[in-house]
Design a protein around this ligand. Structure first.
Ligand code: URA
Length: 204
């Protein structure tokens, strides 16, 4: 990893396209992923959303937030009045990490070390996109953006990710909502919509 980092630092990219080419060419830290999943959305998007890592569907399709959690996020953005196509969507970690269980590939949470490894990309892509507000979806994104562990329930809301040219905002990850029992989900979903609306207002 030390050699990989030195090699990356030696090729400081001049554009988001150049940065993406480096990500695409890089080996996953944990072997197995089909491809790197890059961020998606326009340069200059007012709002950027950072998730954890690509899931099974994202890994196969090569696009962020297209699986079940992504579909829930899309619906929530729509209901919060946010145009997904005008926002920038990316992940803290660019490769899917999983364990095989029968025919399924089950998501494994990236370690703090893996998150730190991918910060090099995340910081640069956000610098190129230059959003007004960056929303951390869940604990891994909050860790990646702030550089330290963040308790999501207590830190939820406006946040500072250090000396950055954008404001921060922390909320839950949509996959957390999917895992909740039915009776708890609708209230938690309403809270998520509320957070998205607040983040959008602060980016206006
Ligand atoms: N979960 C994430 O954090 N990111 C994706 O792209 C999909 C699911």
């Amino acid at each position: 990893p030390a050699r990989a980092l030195a090699a990356m630092a030696a090729q400081e990219p001049a554009s988001l396209a150049a940065l993406n080419a480096i990500i695409r060419a890089s080996e996953p830290l944990v072997p197995g992923a089909t491809q790197a999943v890059l961020g998606e959305g326009p340069l200059g998007a007012a709002l950027a959303f950072v998730g954890e890592q690509p899931g099974d569907q994202e890994d196969l399709q090569g696009r962020p937030f297209v699986g079940p959690a992504g579909q829930l996020l899309s619906r929530a953005l729509r209901e919060a009045g946010i145009d997904r196509d005008r926002a920038y969507l990316t992940n803290a970690v660019k490769h899917f990490k999983f364990e095989v269980r029968g025919k399924r590939r089950l998501h494994r949470t990236p370690t703090a070390g893996e998150v730190a490894h991918y910060r090099w990309w995340l910081e640069r892509e956000l610098a190129f996109v230059a959003p007004r507000v960056v929303v951390a979806l869940g604990a891994t994104a909050a860790l990646a953006l702030s550089g330290r562990p963040v308790p999501i329930t207590r830190a939820r809301g406006p946040a500072s990710f250090g000396d950055r040219p954008y404001r921060g905002f922390i909320t839950v990850h949509p996959s957390y909502l999917l895992r909740l029992p039915d009776e708890a989900r609708s209230e938690a979903y309403a809270g998520f919509l509320d957070d998205l609306r607040r983040a959008a207002v602060s980016a206006a």
